[in-house]
Design a binder for this molecule. Structure first.
Ligand SMILES: Nc1ncnc2c1ncn2[C@@H]1O[C@H](COP(=O)(O)OP(=O)(O)O)[C@@H](O)[C@H]1O
Ligand code: SF4
Ligand SMILES: [Mg+2]
Length: 356
């Protein structure tokens, strides 16, 4: 963790000041129920050869995401936070359908898209788009902006080929770019402009839900703020819903209505943003907040979370956080705490809540 970025220049509505929250009973826009993702790490050539000579190397299983429930209501901005390797990108990819689920169900407006005929699924799937971390790597360097942004809407029949140019110009204007750059290639733009092209490409298929995976992490802080402002403006203009993934609490603080904290493949806390920052419940969330540098006093005071992040190849028993937790009890080593409601809209997975 490199701590909290000062995002005070963002003029988006403050967390919690969002548009009317949907009623609790309303069907979520996107829901993941009990989803897990395990990756099997195949043996490399050296291990296979060693096995021929009597070694016993086995394939290893990475528990990237472990029985996660996540429901996102229409209009919500949910920030997904946790240290590198905790499974944020994997969960984001599962949410948009880029990863199959090892276990669990994904529902879009209450419907399991996997159960739909292929054509119907493709059509619905367009409403769910991902904006990637590195805008340069995710833009084909050999394509011009016209094709990067304009290809998918023509392929999917959203605009006729004859209307492609005007449509791409409209998308570029929407993301605050000069619409005359249609013939240029990605390398001719700055990082901030490439990020905007990536956003225009996603918007071109008229999504309702965007998963933004570290979408501003590669940008300078001042540019980060501009792009986050753009995300918030688009939310208002297009009624978008976001899952905003970041390792940086400072980024999600100013734009999220709710924050979900992950640790080693599991959700450990979920709460309205202002409550997470004012009174974090889970010891891991408390440690993350304590680790963030205090920028306002002009000097950085880091209190690193004790211990290393354990490997998802061999996650600790019971509560995954127990080897690093200052409050760990014998029970924590044996029993995984369930994610429970501890107050209205607040969920946490810690045995300490049973004692309160
Ligand atoms: N395609 C993959 N194959 C094997 N392991 C993977 C793959 N993608 C992610 N992982 C592993 O899953 C864990 C979670 O990764 P990731 O979701 O990228 O975390 P984060 O985005 O929070 O940094 C890591 O241990 C990572 O190495
Ligand atoms: S369950 Fe135990 S180890 Fe896990 S966070 Fe709570 S007190 Fe710490
Ligand atoms: Mg990631």
């Amino acid at each position: 963790m490199n701590g909290m970025t000062d995002m005070s220049v963002i003029d988006a509505p403050a967390a919690g000041a969002s548009t009317t929250p949907a009623a609790a009973s309303e069907t979520p826009l996107l829901e993941l129920r009990g989803v897990s993702k395990r990756f099997v790490k195949s043996l490399d050539a050296a291990a296979r050869i060693a096995n021929l000579f009597g070694a016993h190397a086995k394939e290893e299983v990475v528990h990237a995401v472990d029985h996660v429930d996540l429901a996102i209501r229409a209009g919500e901005v949910v920030g997904l936070v946790g240290e590198s390797g905790c499974g944020k990108s994997t969960l984001g990819r599962m949410a948009v359908g880029l990863h199959t689920l090892t276990e669990g169900t994904r529902l879009w407006k209450g419907v399991d898209l996997e159960q739909l005929p292929a054509e119907k699924k493709r059509e619905k799937q367009l409403a769910i788009q991902m904006i990637f971390q590195d805008p340069y790597a995710s833009l084909n360097p050999r394509l011009r902006v016209l094709d990067i942004v304009g290809e998918a809407p023509v392929v999917h029949g959203i605009v006729p080929a004859s209307g492609q140019k005007a449509y791409v110009e409209e998308m570029l204007t929407r993301v605050g770019m000069d619409p005359t750059v249609l013939r240029r290639f990605p390398h001719q733009f700055s990082g901030g402009q490439r990020a905007r092209i990536g956003i225009a490409r996603a918007l071109a298929v008229r999504p309702e839900f965007l998963v933004c995976d570290e979408s501003v992490a590669a940008l300078d802080v001042s540019i980060q703020a501009q792009v986050l402002n753009l995300f918030m403006r688009l939310r208002e203009e297009l009624n978008l819903t976001y899952l905003f993934i970041s390792h940086d609490l400072g980024v999600v603080k100013h734009i999220s209505d709710r924050v979900v904290i992950m640790y080693l493949g599991r959700v450990v806390e979920s709460a309205p943003t202002e409550q997470v920052f004012a009174a974090p419940n889970h010891p891991y969330t408390q440690a993350l907040l304590a680790e963030a540098p205090k920028l306002e006093v002009g000097k950085k005071t880091y209190v690193a979370i004790q211990g290393e992040i354990p490997s998802p190849l061999h996650p600790p028993s019971g509560c995954h956080f127990h080897p690093r937790c200052p409050y760990a009890m014998p029970r924590c080593r044996e029993e995984a705490p369930a994610l429970k409601e501890i107050a209205p809209l607040r969920m946490s997975a810690c045995h300490l809540n049973d004692q309160r």
